[in-house]
Each structure stands twice: as structure tokens, then as C-alpha cells.
Design a protein around this ligand. Structure first.
Ligand code: AMP
Ligand code: MG
Length: 491
């Protein structure tokens, strides 16, 4: 990646854009302007994130067109990025940003570089049959869940804004308000970005992309002879940790396709994702995931599958292909172990353990077996266990259908607890997650023009750990009448 251009605060008071992707990776994008929104209206602005990025939120608020498409902030150079991807196991050599525009990379006060991307901002060269647009509900959903994930300490793209375009879009549900979400990402380099050039046999382009990705995400590897191999190892480490964090929260991404796997290790592309209530490893929410490929409990396996696809894409960059196959395979073989150790660390923390004990795994598995048998609420069980660590096991007893098994398990668990376990547990086990019924309630109200439930829910899910009055309504699982939850990709 070429050096950062010295950038002063631009005359419009907005982003300090640099455009390294446009400069360094010709051929991997199509330069295209977003749609012109007839009546831009800024519905949600993330003032906290703006401050973190060194942006003046009042200036942003005064420029709704920047977030709806149409009027461009100074320095923006909008691009639709090319990428390929395995979708549900089948390879598409050309996907690309069909409804998104990368405006540029904002360089923050700490010199960190952030992609600023509009999603839902109109047709591009990659739109195929799609309209390039997005309905309000899915864009608010991405905002809400990505901000909840950030508050839960999970690497994720962020959401800076949601703006109405003033234009309706047509979906199965009928006519819906059109909207754009502004996504902030460490980068939009996906496993599928590598697959795009590997599938075309364009080794030069592939190398440029790999060097660019290394400069952005693993700058200590720049210029090293074995950098591609080591980059691969870094990506697997980041992804293994990420999926372990998802599993700790009962988060089902829902479309773990290779085009939705970021090499930065951030969760990206919030479409049909959702959190489980009752624990069941087979949980699937997405209407299109008919085989359960991306079910909760399958995510660690798919992690390995996706990393194998990245390894295949990088092969042609290696000087000695035979040795490279062995080295890549060795890393790949280690992914399951990496995942397992991250997952066990997550579970130890959730259970209030400090340090490592060989018996920990059996304790974790004992709990999971009970939870699965009872369909116990994933989130609340750990919170009630924190109460039990503080001396009150009433709540956790109510969640377990097998009192005898629980009575056998609790003393073993207690014997292993850190002295300050209750407060440690409350600091890592959320009280409030974006519960599906609450999300739906908020999105439906927003579509009717009432943003109050959305803002109330956003305030709760971005402050996930605290106990307090008025929080129970947000902490409880869906009432039984809510039924099975089905999600749809944000098209
Ligand atoms: P996703 O399921 O959001 O990861 O999208 C998969 C692919 O479909 C990506 O290439 C998207 O850009 C494209 N896509 C999704 N929705 C639309 C749309 N409304 N118009 C055009 N392309 C779309
Ligand atoms: Mg995608």
C-alpha cells in the first residue's frame, strides 16, 4: 500500500479521505458514483463512533446527502469493489459490490485507516439483476446488531449512520422505505477478493492484493520473504478467535460465505444473522439455509472450510508450490486447535474460571449437555450462573430441566470458581443482547415512522452488561407466541 497522503481537515469539515484502494489496486474495482437520493434524511447518526474517528458529528448531521448517496464529501472517490465467493458451497467467480460504494478511507487522528462504505446506494457494474437498493428495516438491523457486537467486544464493522433516501423500494413485503447504511470497516478485503483473482489466474493482481492486505492488516510482515504464508496464519488466527467469540454469544452469522469473511477478522455483512434464545447447536434462522450449513454449531467447521479456500487462493503466490502446500496444510490443520483454545478461553471466562485446569472442558461440556437438553436460554443461563456464584442458585435452577444433573454439576463448578467470580462473570456475560422479538418490534415501528423503540433498544444493546431497573423486558427471551424466527438476506 502506498504511503498515506498528508491530509489536513478538508474544507467541508468532513472525512479525511485517502484513496489507497483506488490508487494501488486498479482492475479490482469499478469507479462509480452512488445513486442520487431524491430526499436524503439522516435517521440515525452514531455520534460516539464519529468522535472516535475524529469526525465532527454536527458537520455530518448537516450533510444528510453524504449518507444517502448523491452528494459526495470532499475527497471521496466512490468505487464498487470486485470479489468472488463460495455461496453455500457453490463458487461464483464474480459477485462484487452490487449495492455498495466505497467512498474512501478515512484516516483518523491516530492515523488508523477506516473504509467508509455506503450500502444500499444504488446499482453498480456488479448488480446483476438487483436494484442496488436496500429497505430501511435491514439497514437499521445492520446498525443495531453491529453496534451491539462492538459493545460485546466482538471485532466487527461499525455503523456510522442510516439515512432514508426518500425513495421507496419494492420487496416481497411490498413497497418499503429505501435507506442506506454507512459502514465503517478496517477494510473490505474478503476471502472472496482473493478468489476473484485466483480464479482468473491473474497472479500479478493477486500479489498486489495480498501485499495491499498485508500493508493494511499485518504491516510487520511487509517485505518478509514468507509474508504470504504468515499472512495466511494471521488470518486464520483472527478468524478462529472471531468464531469463538460468536459461539460464546450464541450468535449465528447465517451467511458465512467466503465473500462474507473479512481478512481483518471483523464480522461483516449483517444479513440474516441472529442470536439464539434456547441453546440448540442446530439453530438456523436464515430462510435460504435449508441444509443448516451455517447453523450455530457448524460455524467452527465452516471456519476451517473457508480458510481452506483462502489457502487455495494464495498458492500461486508461493515460490515453491510443493513446500507451500505442506506449509499451508500445516496451518490449516492447526485451525481447529486454534479455534478450540479460543473457545475454551471464552467458556472459562463465562463460567468464572481463572487460569486453566484440565477438568475445565468436562465442566463446560457438562453444562452444555444440560442446556441443550433443556433448551435453556443461552444468554440468561450464564447470567443466572453469575447469581449462583454470588450465592443464589434459584434462577439457574429454573432454567434447567434436570435438577439432579444440575445438583451434581454445581458443586464441581463452585469448587473451581475464582474468588470474585460473580463480578467477573457479569462483566463478560451480557444481560441484554438484541433479542429477535425486540429487534422485529423496533424495525416494524421504524417502518411506520416511529424510531422510539429502535433508540430504546439501541441504548440497551450497546450497554449489555449492566444490571438495572427497566432492563428485564429487554433481557428476557421471546414469548412463546413469537414462534420460530426466520430471517432474510437484506435484499
Ligand atoms: P449479501 O447476501 O448481502 O452478502 O450479497 C451477496 C451479493 O449480492 C453481493 O454481491 C451483493 O452486492 C449482491 N446484492 C445483494 N442485494 C443486492 C441488490 N439489492 N442489488 C444488487 N446486488 C445485490
Ligand atoms: Mg455479502
Amino acid at each position: 500500500m502506498s504511503a498515506v497522503q498528508p491530509s489536513l481537515q478538508p474544507a467541508d469539515g468532513g472525512f479525511r479521505f485517502d484513496n489507497s484502494w483506488a490508487r494501488d489496486l486498479p482492475g479490482t474495482y469499478v469507479a462509480q458514483a452512488p445513486n442520487t437520493a431524491p430526499a436524503p434524511h439522516l435517521l440515525v447518526l452514531n455520534r460516539g463512533l464519529a468522535a472516535d474517528l475524529g469526525l465532527d458529528a454536527d458537520v455530518l448531521a448537516a450533510n444528510p446527502g453524504w449518507f444517502a448517496g448523491g452528494s459526495l464529501p470532499l475527497g471521496a472517490q466512490p468505487l464498487a469493489l470486485a470479489y468472488a465467493g463460495h455461496q453455500f458451497g457453490g463458487f461464483s467467480p464474480q459477485l462484487g459490490d452490487g449495492r455498495a460504494h466505497l467512498l474512501g478511507e478515512h484516516v483518523g487522528p491516530d492515523q488508523r485507516r477506516w473504509d467508509i462504505q455506503l450500502k444500499g446506494s444504488g446499482r453498480t457494474a456488479f448488480s446483476r439483476g438487483g436494484d442496488g437498493k436496500a429497505a430501511l428495516g435491514p439497514m437499521l438491523r445492520e446498525y443495531l446488531i453491529s453496534e451491539a457486537m462492538a459493545a460485546l467486544g466482538v471485532p466487527t464493522t461499525r455503523s456510522l449512520a442510516v439515512a432514508l433516501t426518500g425513495e421507496d423500494v419494492w420487496r416481497d413485503a411490498g413497497r418499503l422505505p429505501g435507506a442506506v447504511v454507512t459502514r465503517v470497516a478496517a477494510s473490505h478485503i474478503r476471502v472472496g477478493s482473493f478468489q476473484f483473482w485466483a480464479a482468473r489466474g491473474e497472479t500479478g493482481k493477486l500479489r498486489a492484493l495480498a501485499d495491499y492486505a498485508i500493508a493494511r492488516h499485518d504491516p510487520d510482515l511487509v517485505g518478509e520473504d514468507d509474508r504470504y504464508l504468515r499472512f495466511f496464519d494471521r488470518v486464520t488466527q483472527r478468524q478462529a478467535r472471531l468464531v469463538a467469540l460468536w459461539m460464546g454469544l450464541g450468535f449465528v452469522h447465517g451467511v458465512q460465505n467466503t465473500d462474507n469473511v473479512a481478512v481483518s477478522g471483523e464480522t461483516i455483512d449483517y444479513g440474516p444473522c441472529a442470536f439464539v434464545d434456547g441453546y440448540a447447536p442446530g439453530t438456523v434462522f436464515s430462510s435460504i439455509d435449508r441444509t443448516g450449513r451455517y447453523a450455530l454449531g457448524n460455524q467452527p467447521l465452516i471456519l476451517g472450510w473457508n480458510m481452506a479456500k483462502l489457502a487455495e487462493s494464495l498458492l500461486s503466490l508461493m515460490d515453491d508450490p510443493d513446500a507451500a502446500v505442506d506449509a499451508l496444510n500445516a496451518t490449516l490443520d492447526g485451525v481447529a486447535a486454534q479455534y478450540h483454545s479460543h473457545w475454551l478461553a471464552v467458556m472459562r471466562a463465562k463460567l468464572g474460571f481463572v487460569g486453566e485446569d484440565p477438568a475445565d472442558l468436562a465442566l463446560v461440556q457438562g453444562l452444555l449437555t444440560m442446556m441443550e437438553a433443556a433448551g435453556a436460554d443461552w444468554t440468561l443461563t450464564f447470567r443466572r450462573l453469575a447469581d449462583a456464584a454470588a450465592g443464589d442458585a434459584t434462577g439457574v435452577r429454573m432454567l434447567s430441566a434436570d435438577p439432579a444433573a444440575l445438583d451434581a454439576w454445581l458443586p464441581q463448578w463452585r469448587a473451581r470458581l475464582a474468588p470474585d467470580a460473580a463480578s467477573r462473570m457479569r462483566a463478560v456475560n451480557p444481560l441484554v443482547i438484541p433479542r429477535n422479538h425486540k429487534v422485529e418490534e423496533a424495525l416494524q415501528a421504524a417502518e411506520q415512522g416511529d424510531m422510539t423503540p429502535f433508540h430504546a433498544l439501541l441504548a440497551q444493546v450497546t450497554d449489555p452488561y449492566r444490571d438495572g431497573p427497566g432492563r428485564e423486558a429487554f433481557a428476557l427471551p421471546a414469548p412463546s407466541g413469537f414462534g420460530d424466527y426466520v430471517t432474510f438476506c437484506g435484499t
